[in-house]
Design a protein around this ligand. Sequence first.
Ligand code: GRF
Length: 197
Amino acid sequence: MMNIAVLVSGGGTNLQAILESERRGENPNGKVTLVVASKPGVYALERAKNFGVKGEVVRRKDYATAEEFDAALLKVLHENNIDLVVLAGFLSVLGPSVIAAYPNRILNIHPSLIPSFCGPGFYGLRVHEAALARGVKVTGATVHFVNEVCDGGPILLQKAVEVQPGDTPEILQKRVMEQAEWKLLPKAIAMVCSGEV
Ligand code: GRF
């Protein structure tokens, strides 16, 4: 049974999808035992509480250096015997010491079909604004392993989503979440926990 930590920064709809999938028995080899938020008061922490999952906050600005932030993050992960780290909208950059501690054991969900619309500065609504600005007819979401290159790790799963006439960034974001993100992330987690990847 793998202990899973989900790292969040916002509303936690991906966390909700993961917890509901677990409750449906779709990940028999893993369990979310920790949620780490990059700041207090995010709704994702409420969602964790609703499922009886322990919540912690590790906030970058509480630490003088990135290295101290990474050390604090690693401490929380090690104290909770975490085997798999899932980034679900986590907006703080993970440093090399965290990435080195979890080789092929950190997953990230990105709201585009990597390598499009990814890399530094491409997060949240900005991704969908860029897709609409470029005029793509298809976008989607990607689950990839995290390495030292921002959004550059090995791709595990992708799912395409149609862009429709009149889409705003908000409408497109919701469609990508509903049709892709909330399906791909629980599936990717189950694949890693089952040893399939
Ligand atoms: C979503 O846009 C997701 O694609 C990205 O960060 C956001 C997380 O949203 N990774 P939520 O906090 O899971 O609702």
